[in-house]
Design a protein around this ligand. Structure first.
Ligand SMILES: Cc1ncc(COP(=O)(O)O)c(C=O)c1O
Length: 385
């Protein structure tokens, strides 16, 4: 029997780059041409809220299914997060919202979870009628097109996260209306920070054997990098889901994205990225569709989708999830979430926080990798049923 190590992501390799700079094209958040590169997706949310003058006493709507990084910017500004339910397609429940007290609500965050584009036209109309600004969260959907529009084209603001699609460790995008753009002043990260980030990216590639003999020289550089490492966040803080400081790197919030991240967006071969992510999604689906105790959340991959992950709904997630994490399988779920997420009628989001396994579709995973990983997932889930 051949042995394999569990593949990790994301990595940079020669083949994933285009030699010539390209325009990152329609169907992605940059299509509106008003995107600013910022330090992370959460920084983009914070900037959007600041431009909307959200502050103490204001309320911001967001889904019960969430990553704490979506909530931290709201709480950081002294505003109150108000969780709304989502349906089985991960769309906001507008009936629930229409029947709710929306006094003091200044903004609503709606996300294209997993990279499945949501048609947001109705949500936008709902918000417009009530004077609520819509922040379209494209962290999981840097590319894509719903039945209506390209992702990032509907909201008053759109935000995205670079490391989820590009082989970099930091960076985000904020799509802002042109007149507001001038109100945002961002500073450049220091040269040392830029160097550290470049070495981080190269180190990841080297760890995965992507640079051939050049990797030996790069390994030496990686050793120097350990001297430049930024202090780690306090791990005790990371356990506290309700403290914005645990999720926001204050020093980086006001920075533009690092140069290496911006270059990788410009030079990553996006045709290849899109094709390989879609192929990996289909492979996960084929390998897991008849698994007892678990169902793909979206068995059909829509034509316009460029998936971030393959979401698998697992009826009895324990101990399968812990087992998969211990094996190093690239799987995530949002079991660390914001305190006080309510149980709402008809909602799927709160339950998904623990039952939906987000399985990586990264472009650097090969067919063999996905089949190998799917086999581990099958075993883990079958042993729990
Ligand atoms: C839906 C969603 N929005 C926003 C973010 C924040 O992105 P970043 O990690 O780049 O700050 C995340 C991060 O996981 C996310 O999943």
């Amino acid at each position: 029997m051949t042995t394999m190590t569990v593949p990790r992501l994301p990595v940079l390799g020669w083949r994933s780059l285009r030699l010539r700079r390209q325009r990152v094209y329609a169907g992605c958040v940059l299509a509106r041409g008003q995107a600013l590169f910022v330090s992370s997706g959460r920084a983009a949310i914070l900037h959007a809220l600041r431009l909307l003058e959200v502050g103490t006493g204001d309320r911001v709507l967001l889904p019960t299914y969430h990553c704490p990084t979506m909530v931290a910017p709201i709480v950081r500004l002294g505003a109150q997060p108000v969780f709304y339910p989502i349906d089985r397609c991960a769309a906001p429940d507008l009936n629930w919202l229409a029947a709710s007290d929306l006094g003091g609500v200044k903004a609503m965050i709606a996300a294209h979870f997993f990279g499945i584009p949501q048609p947001l036209g109705e949500v936008q109309a709902f918000c417009r009628e009530r004077g609520i600004a819509l922040i379209e969260d494209c962290a999981h959907a840097f590319f894509g097109q719903s039945a209506e529009t390209p992702v990032g084209a509907t909201g008053d603001f759109a935000v995205a996260s670079l490391p989820k699609f590009f082989p970099t460790t930091e960076g985000g995008c904020l799509v802002v209306p042109a007149p507001l753009q001038r109100r945002l002043s961002l500073s450049k990260p220091s040269g040392l920070t830029e160097l550290r980030a470049l070495l981080d990216v190269l180190e990841l590639g080297v760890q995965h054997g992507r640079f051939g003999v050049l990797g030996i020289a790069l390994k030496a550089l990686a050793a120097i990098k350990s001297q430049l490492r930024r202090p780690q966040q306090n791990p005790a803080l990371l356990l506290d889901g309700g403290d914005p400081a645990a999720w926001l790197d204050e020093a980086a919030l006001g920075y533009t994205a690092l140069r290496v991240s911006r270059l990788l967006v410009a030079y990553t071969d996006t045709d290849r990225l899109i094709a390989r992510r879609r192929a990996n999604y289909q492979r996960w689906r084929a390998a897991l569709q008849s698994l007892e105790g678990a169902q793909p959340l979206f068995p059909e991959l829509p034509d316009g989708a460029v998936p971030y992950v393959f979401p698998l709904h697992v009826q009895r997630p324990e101990p399968a999830y812990q087992y998969l994490r211990a094996q190093g399988v690239p799987v995530f779920r949002w079991d660390v979430h914001w305190p006080g997420v309510p149980r709402l009628p008809g909602d799927h989001g709160k339950e998904w926080l623990t039952t939906v396994f987000q399985l990586g579709c990264h472009q650097e995973l090969s067919e063999r990798d996905v089949l190998y990983l799917a086999n581990i997932v099958r075993q883990a889930v079958s042993n729990t049923v």
